[in-house]
Write a protein that binds this ligand. Structure first.
Ligand SMILES: NC(=O)c1ccc[n+]([C@@H]2O[C@H](COP(=O)([O-])OP(=O)(O)OC[C@H]3O[C@@H](n4cnc5c(N)ncnc54)[C@H](OP(=O)(O)O)[C@@H]3O)[C@@H](O)[C@H]2O)c1
Length: 382
């Protein structure tokens, strides 16, 4: 489908104009004509329109609207990917709810979605490592998200060739959780052979990859899960399994080198006692700390806020001669390339709970929000 659209500087949302389309799209809330005054920066081109699931309004009760968006712009360092499958993450719900507005202030309307597997259809002039036809997977960088759509433009540095062994749906289940596990265990945690790591929620998206990666690194792995998922986490390699419905991990585990924390504050508190002196806790569920605020270049009030939020955890960790840090994963094509090699070598396998059709994107998100997914939830886009 084509329409006339106004394109200003790269990296801006495209404002679609034209006659009947203009009225229709403006009324639908898909477009704004705010930039019309900046006439010199605006060129009129003809481009395609893609189907997408669009967030119009923040809020936990908001659903994504199935609508149309102008195709993404492709910058010089970008690859344009035809989306075949998109992974669904709790981060999508949290952004929709408005919980991340302070850190990631996306302006509505925008397209959600943080995981993609698909085929490169176009590359920017500076792209060196990809060409049309390549099968790729990625976690788009923050501020470049939008995989619940037919197309997404990604920075070349965030993309890797898809693991050859995997289907598009399986590949789309990996990037965000795979990178989280890699950045927690390898990059920050420096997990070594013979060390002991406690990975909370072993049957979740992050947990299923983290257990396998930790085992590949030669660590002893403890995890928590409910009775129904004990066989799953055992099959992934977990050595010590605590059924959290029956037992308290704090009474079962001790002298751990590393904890990958993904649950609530109470579990955080108890996990610090599971560490040996000098051990490290890396939290992916909060509270965010000042180092994280510094890393993302947050304004002073966000830095202050994170200092206050994490004060208790940092103090407690210090009193036990352990360390606490918060991790917010980042896009990284090189690390995805290394994960693809591990997957193709059989060291890590995807765990996909459910695949939803594209039109059921809201249902997929709702399923993830139940907190009961075994591994990952994926949307098949084509
Ligand atoms: N900071 C970051 O970069 C980052 C990245 C990824 C994820 N996260 C966050 O990390 C958390 C986990 O993410 P995820 O994608 O792995 O979640 P998920 O896939 O939605 O987790 C679902 C799993 O959690 C298990 N679970 C629920 N309550 C549990 C408990 N009390 N103890 C142990 N297991 C429990 C469930 O198993 P049962 O059905 O057996 O209970 C289920 O299999 C979320 O808060 C997410 O937002 C942060």
């Amino acid at each position: 489908m084509t329409a006339t659209k106004y394109v200003d500087a790269p990296n801006r949302r495209v404002d679609v104009g034209g006659t009947s389309h203009e009225t229709q799209l403006a009324a639908s809330g898909l477009v704004s004509f705010r930039d019309r005054s900046r006439t010199r920066a605006i060129a009129v081109v003809r481009e395609n329109i893609m189907k997408a699931f669009i967030l119009d309004r923040y809020g936990s009760k908001s659903t994504l609207r199935a609508g149309e968006m102008a195709d993404p712009q492709v910058r010089e360092d970008d690859v344009l990917v035809q989306v075949h499958a998109a992974g669904v993450n709790l981060l999508d719900s949290k952004i929709r709810n408005g919980e991340f507005k302070m850190i990631l202030p996306y302006r509505v309307p925008f397209v959600l979605g943080h995981d993609v597997a698909g085929i490169v259809v176009r590359v920017g002039a500076h792209v060196k490592h990809f060409k049309p036809g390549d099968e790729v997977y990625a976690r788009p960088a923050d501020h470049r998200i939008g995989t619940f759509a037919e197309l997404v433009a990604l920075q070349e540095k965030d993309v890797a060739l898809k693991p050859k062994k995997l289907t598009m749906e399986e590949a789309a289940s990996i990037p965000l959780v795979g990178l989280t596990a890699w950045q927690a265990l390898v990059e920050r945690g420096q997990l070594k052979q013979g060390q002991k790591v406690f990975i909370q929620a072993g049957s979740g998206g992050v947990g299923t990859v983290a257990i396998q990666l930790a085992k590949h690194l030669g660590a002893t792995v403890a995890t928590t899960t409910s009775t129904a998922n004990i066989d799953l986490v055992r099959s992934l390699g977990a050595d010590v399994i605590v059924d959290y419905k029956k037992d308290d991990f704090a009474t079962k585990l001790s002298d751990y080198d590393l904890v990958l924390h993904s649950q609530d504050g109470k579990a955080l508190d108890k996990s610090l006692h599971v560490l040996r002196a000098g051990g490290r806790l890396i939290s992916i569920s909060g509270p965010p700390d000042p180092d994280f605020a510094e890393e993302i270049g947050a304004p002073w009030f966000v830095k202050l806020f994170t200092r206050m939020l994490s004060l208790g955890a940092r103090r407690k960790a210090k009193s036990l001669n352990t360390t606490f840090s918060f991790l917010f994963m980042k896009a990284n094509g090189d690390q995805l390339g290394q994960l693809a090699a591990l997957i193709d070598a059989g060291h890590v396998r995807p765990v996909v709970d459910k695949v939803f059709p594209f039109q059921s994107t809201n249902e997929a998100l709702a399923y993830v929000e139940t907190g009961r997914a075994k591994g990952k939830v994926v949307i098949r886009v084509r």
